[in-house]
Ligand binder design. Structure first.
Ligand code: DMJ
Length: 698
């Protein structure tokens, strides 16, 4: 039954085989040795010499081979890292291990370089208190049938930090690389009807393939597969129904997120401090809430609006012993209440507007009729800042739209009279430079001071904006305003306009006692929109051309930064060939969530219908979500737009982020071009729409 003997036999046989093989080897070694002995001495030396030579060569070439092998494996790691970026993941770069920094501070890399916050394990994006906050998750990609992975492409900018999309665009001007053309989302829609949307900047699609620029013809050649192609792999994909990102909904979502923080940590106060989950007070009048009223109405956020309305009705009191800045409280509070009244027809807002308007009037009681900067709205007294009797020019000439409208609504001319008087005085005042105005004016003498400095940025900006907008508001019946505006734009062209060196960006610099300074505040980015509005109202066509050029420059101020967000101030390079076009000084690297570029994009889209302006705006919204959004609610201004790893949250959400920035995003993305038509409304400098008068001023 069982053959045990057979088992034993096999074992013996194996052992026998082994021993035989061993003996054979011994035999062979013995015969080799005999043959070696038979060789002559010369032959043996020659063979030994050759063997030694081979050994030395082998030893010498070992390091370079091993280097190559190591390099190959490093590249593989780097490429994995790049691919992770492109999938929206952001692992810690090889060789840099985040180490927890001091409490609340940024983590520090091995070389002492700040490497930023923790990474969200799911999104791979930076999160953590005080650092890059939560982001809106990218819509999940639909499951698509697997396609063969294309051969690895050569990555153009492998070692730069930041999202690859930014790297690509940033390098357009850095190195004069011709940009890969984007597929504008709306254009794709128009051209191809219901086709799935494609935009490699990720605005509208989710499919992996479309997040990369299409390969060049050369790359296509190289991509010929080395193995026979499986016909199944190349079969056309079944159409995937991809829901386009609803940009309007994303703006609403951003607003709700900002509002959540304000409601939870700063309700009824001026500004949210989102990182410390607290609030800041400026006037103590619920500035953010009032500034945001009409935005909520326009965005259709009814619940939020009703809650805020209730606060205004029951809690807001201007009977307070508090100093407020005339300009800021006019554009944000008076402007916000007036526009909300217009949109809703709710008289309560008009009553509040009258109340604050009247309380601001003491500012105009000065020897020169040029208003003081500060008013105590409880005591009814006004005064200049402690250190000077000057007022800022932009401030005294940018309260007119609101006070004029208050007169029209109340049929009380006193408001209009005081602000018109300021414009009359400035109109005939000597000291302008081809229509450009100095930045300060004295409240005693009524004369310009600090003459010789001319800018379209801080302290002068909205003077120019309000010249045009008052002319439009009043039904184009006040020629002095138009004259001053046209002269000023000629002055800008003559003295402040230049083209940067390498890639020829048109920008508006500053004049400092006849010396040109190639510096442009982000604030100047209101100008493309204002110029376009003028052209739309019949002003010279070259205003529109200038608007388009300046819009491009403002766009570049965003995309050339690693975070995709503009710095507060940009310096332009005038050298024709060398370096990058835009330089940012360390002190100017902050971003305060300002609206001016989005505002101009809105005007330019309305007047040109060019979808690229919407795409540019969308990129900015995405960057705000990526670098300024705080998980617990709210958005924060940041200190460094050049550092995507640690942008340096400043713990402040300015009221204009809700009053202006998000409102302009919404209007930019809205297809309803009659929503606040620019032929019926004029926006004050805080984005509060006021009606264009059908009848001449009272
Ligand atoms: C706003 O208060 C107004 O837009 C003003 O005209 C300039 N500064 C901020 C926004 O940047």
């Amino acid at each position: 039954m069982y053959p045990p003997s057979r088992k034993d036999f096999i074992a013996l046989t194996l052992s026998d085989q082994h021993s035989r093989s061993y003996n054979n080897g011994k035999h062979r070694r013995q015969s080799c040795w005999r043959k070696w002995k038979q060789l002559s001495r010369l032959q043996r030396s020659l063979i030994l010499f050759l063997l030694a030579l081979l050994l030395i060569c082998g030893l010498l070439s070992y390091p370079s081979f091993s280097e190559q092998w190591r390099g190959m494996s490093d590249r593989a790691v780097r490429e994995d890292w790049d691919e992770d970026w492109e999938r929206g993941l952001k692992p810690v770069p090889p060789g840099v291990n985040p180490v927890a920094g001091p409490a609340g501070g940024p983590a520090v890399g091995l070389a002492g370089v700040a490497v930023g916050p923790e990474l969200d394990p799911e999104l791979g994006l930076a999160v953590g208190p005080g650092l890059i906050p939560e982001v809106i998750p990218e819509p999940r990609r639909p499951k698509v049938p697997s396609v063969p992975k294309p051969p690895a492409k050569k990555r153009p900018f492998p070692n730069k930090r930041g999202p690859p999309s930014l790297q690509k665009e940033r390098n357009v001007s850095d190195s004069l690389v011709k940009p890969v053309e984007k597929v504008p989302v709306e254009k794709a829609e128009e051209d191809e009807g219901e086709k799935p949307l494609v935009s490699w900047r990720g605005a509208m699609i989710e499919a992996d393939e479309a997040t990369e620029p299409p390969p060049s013809a050369h790359e296509n050649d190289a991509a010929v597969p080395l193995v026979p192609v499986n016909p199944e792999d190349t079969a056309p994909l079944a159409p995937v129904s991809v829901k386009p990102v609803d940009r309007l909904e994303m703006v609403r979502e951003a607003f709700r997120h900002a509002w959540k923080g304000y409601k939870e940590f700063a309700w009824g106060h001026d500004e949210l401090k989102p990182v410390s989950k607290s609030y800041g007070e400026w006037f103590g009048l619920g500035l953010t809430l009032i500034d945001a009223l009409d935005t909520m109405w326009i965005l259709g956020l009814k619940e939020e609006f009703e809650e805020a309305r209730k606060w205004v009705e029951t809690e807001l009191s201007f009977s307070k012993n508090v100093d407020v800045n005339l300009f800021e409280s006019t554009i944000r509070i008076l402007g916000g209440l007036l526009s909300t009244y217009h949109l809703t027809g709710d008289e309560m807002f008009l009553e509040k507007a009258k109340d604050i308007g009247l309380r601001l009037m003491p500012a105009f009681k000065t020897p020169s009729k040029i208003p003081f900067s500060d008013v105590n709205i409880g005591k009814g007294t006004a005064h200049p800042p402690r250190w000077t009797s000057d007022s800022t020019l932009a401030e005294v000439t940018s309260v007119q739209l609101e006070f004029r409208e208050l007169s029209r609504l109340t049929q009380d001319p006193q408001y209009q009279e005081v602000v018109n008087e300021v414009m009359r005085l400035v109109h005939k005042l000597p000291g302008k430079h081809d229509g450009l105005v100095p930045m300060f004016i004295n409240t005693n003498s009524g004369q310009f001071t600090h003459k010789g400095v001319f800018t379209l940025g801080a302290r002068a900006d909205s003077y120019y904006e309000y010249l045009l907008k008052q002319w439009i508001q009043g039904g184009k019946t006040e020629p002095d305003l138009l004259e001053d505006y046209l002269e000023a734009i000629e002055g800008v062209k003559k003295h402040l306009l230049r083209t940067s060196g390498p890639t020829k960006l048109t920008f508006v610099g500053e004049l400092n006692h006849n010396r040109f300074n190639p510096k442009m505040d982000h604030l100047v980015c209101f100008l493309p929109g204002t110029l376009a509005l003028g052209a739309h109202n019949g002003l010279p066509e070259d205003h529109m051309e200038l608007a388009l050029q300046l819009m491009e420059t403002c766009h570049q101020m965003y995309i050339q930064m690693e975070t995709g967000l503009s710095p507060e101030i940009a310096h332009f390079n005038l050298q024709p060939y060398d370096g990058r076009d835009i330089d940012v000084k360390p002190a100017d690297r902050h971003n305060l969530l300002r609206p001016e570029t989005v505002e101009s994009l809105f005007y330019l889209y309305r007047f040109t219908k060019d979808a690229k302006y919407r795409d540019w705006g969308w990129d900015i919204l995405e960057s705000f979500n990526k670098y300024t959004r705080v998980p617990s609610g709210g958005y924060t201004s940041i200190s460094n737009v050049r550092d995507p790893v640690n942008p340096g949250p400043r713990d402040k959400m300015e009221s204009f982020f809700l009053g202006e920035t998000l409102k302009y995003f919404y209007l930019l993305f809205s297809d309803d071009l009659e929503l606040l038509s620019l032929d019926k409304y004029v926006f004050n400098t805080e984005a509060h729409p006021l009606p264009i008068w059908q009848l001449p001023p009272v």
